[in-house]
Design a protein around this ligand. Structure first.
Ligand code: PLP
Length: 368
């Protein structure tokens, strides 16, 4: 059996260290806030080359809080790619703003900057590119577009811990970058957690207040906030794991290279495109299956004990929630086509080369 993702191996390889870190927090008896949360935030800001990191409850909250700080809400429009996890859309809806779905580039699956430009209206307040699958969007061009049109740039970096493009690190630019530490992400907690990164001290302070009941000190509730905090336990776990993140990303890249060399000549199968100027961290390894053969291939692989996934089977423009609840009627043909052809192959740092070879052999067998 070759799983799509297996989180157990990672823990078993670091069990003594991890168990110690966890028991220290439990024995300390402090579970909300404290030094562990502050030190992880500082470490993660440094890792991303960002000025400030505000810890929060999860990656969706991180986006919502960023939008709130920028005072984006009712009557405003926010452009997001039509091909992403629903959280990007949900955050915009929760802010009260109207999401505007932008089509994607067919080769990289990232937001199509030309389409983005066409969608800018007098109501547009921000663009949220998503660094999908571990590949950073072209933030330099997006920044330029935002500057010209006086828009905010919020990067959804939930899938791109450690990625970079043109030597720009994910998390280091824009008005805000947001991260998720959902367990399966490149840097994952043992539960939910998230972070908001920014280079602006006033934004960081405002976000810190929003995430903790509108206060900085115990009962000084300056504004109406909410509860979206990172648990002390999760911070301690993430702090330990952060030390290994570069090694894990390196493993993902080595595994990707193995997939590339094994699958380079399979007709009907399109490999991921990695722009020359990008460092891709392969949160997912996603191929494209031409000719309506995806479900057949999935079944073939499943019969051999090889698990695959689909990220994502339905473009945001075609979701029931988008059409029926939001009443949005957007046409994003490139995203919709991608949704019908993408297939995620097993990818996690502890995956063995032999397992990649086995997956590739099975795929070649299917096509022969
Ligand atoms: C995982 C993810 C999120 C949301 O993160 P949660 O921590 O699950 O709330 C947002 N955007 C993208 C692109 C994601 O992959």
């Amino acid at each position: 059996m070759i799983p799509l993702v297996d989180l157990r191996l990672q823990y078993s390889r670091m069990k003594p260290e991890m168990d110690k870190v966890i028991s220290v927090v439990i024995e300390d008896g402090k579970f909300i806030g404290g030094d562990k949360v502050n030190s992880f935030s500082q470490e993660f800001a440094r890792y991303c080359s960002a000025g400030y990191c505000v810890p929060c409850g999860n990656g969706t909250d991180a986006l919502e809080i960023a939008l709130k700080v920028l005072q984006i809400g009712k009557g405003d429009e926010v452009i997001i790619p039509a091909f992403t996890f629903i959280a990007t859309l949900e955050a915009v809806c929760q802010s009260g703003a109207t999401p505007v779905l932008c089509d994607i580039d067919p080769a990289t699956y990232l937001i199509d900057i030309n389409n983005c430009q066409e969608l800018i209206s007098s109501k547009t307040k921000a663009i949220i590119p998503v660094h999908l699958y571990g590949l950073m969007a072209d933030v330099a061009s997006l920044q330029e577009l935002c500057r010209k049109n006086s828009l905010y740039l919020i990067e959804d970096a939930a899938q791109a811990h450690g990625a970079s493009r043109n030597n720009i690190r994910s998390g280091s630019t824009g008005d805000f970058s947001t991260f998720s530490f959902y367990p399966g992400k490149n840097l994952g907690a043992f539960g939910d957690a998230g972070a908001i990164l920014t280079n602006y001290a006033n934004y960081a302070q405002h976000a810190t207040k929003i995430a903790n009941h509108g206060r900085l000190a115990k009962y000084d509730h300056d504004i109406i906030g909410r509860n979206s905090r990172m648990d002390t336990l999760q911070a301690a776990i993430l702090s330990l794991k952060l030390k290994y993140l570069d090694d894990w990303n390196q493993s993902r890249q080595n595994l990707a290279r193995r997939y590339f060399s094994n699958l380079s000549n399979v007709e009907g199968l399109v490999l991921p495109k990695v722009p020359e100027e990008a460092i891709h961290v392969f949160h997912l390894f996603v191929v494209r299956i031409k000719g309506s053969k995806r479900s057949e291939l999935r079944k073939f692989l499943a019969a051999k004990g090889i698990e695959t996934g689909i990220h994502y089977p339905i473009a945001l423009s075609k979701l029931k929630a988008t059409i029926e609840e939001l009443g949005i009627n957007a046409s994003c043909p490139v995203a919709e086509n991608a949704a019908s052809e993408v297939l995620s192959l097993p990818m996690f740092p502890e995956l063995a080369f032999e397992q990649v070879d086995e997956v590739c052999l099975a795929i070649k067998e299917f096509y022969s």
